[in-house]
Write a protein that binds this ligand. Structure first.
Ligand code: AMP
Length: 114
């Protein structure tokens, strides 16, 4: 279920996180419940509740999430590869109502995902 927006509290520095990257459009920090040796969340500063809520105005934000993923993958030693995931709404497995991209790596990924 979409519940409290904990990521806004991290962006506003009201609660701590292990932040890896910050810029004018987004933040990246380690996931609190890692599903792989590397599990980072890349989160726009703008409150966009789900992937479905993106508009053409948000093109620069989406581009930045991807570019930061590339930069962090290099920084974190994921030269063998990695997986990017955006869960959208309840059936997509989204639990935090603030758009975010998962960067997962450091182990082989299986397919199909659960
Ligand atoms: P999703 O299920 O796609 O909405 O992903 C939400 C992710 O946020 C999960 O992988 C959680 O482990 C992670 N998460 C929840 N609270 C925190 C937190 N305070 N700091 C870092 N990651 C969190």
């Amino acid at each position: 279920m979409l519940n409290d927006n904990i990521f806004l509290k991290i962006i506003d520095k009201h609660i701590p996180a292990r932040i890896l990257h910050e810029d004018d459009l987004c933040l990246a920090f380690h996931d609190i419940g890692p599903q792989a040796p590397v599990h980072v969340l890349i989160v726009p500063r703008k409150v966009i509740r789900t992937h479905d809520d993106l508009t053409a105005e948000d093109a620069a934000i989406i581009a930045r999430l991807h570019l930061v993923a590339i930069q962090l993958a290099k920084q974190l030693g994921l030269e063998k590869g990695y997986r990017l995931i955006i869960n959208c709404k309840d059936s997509g497995g989204q639990s935090v109502p603030h758009l975010h991209m998962h960067l997962l790596g450091g182990r082989p990924m299986s397919w199909p995902p659960g």
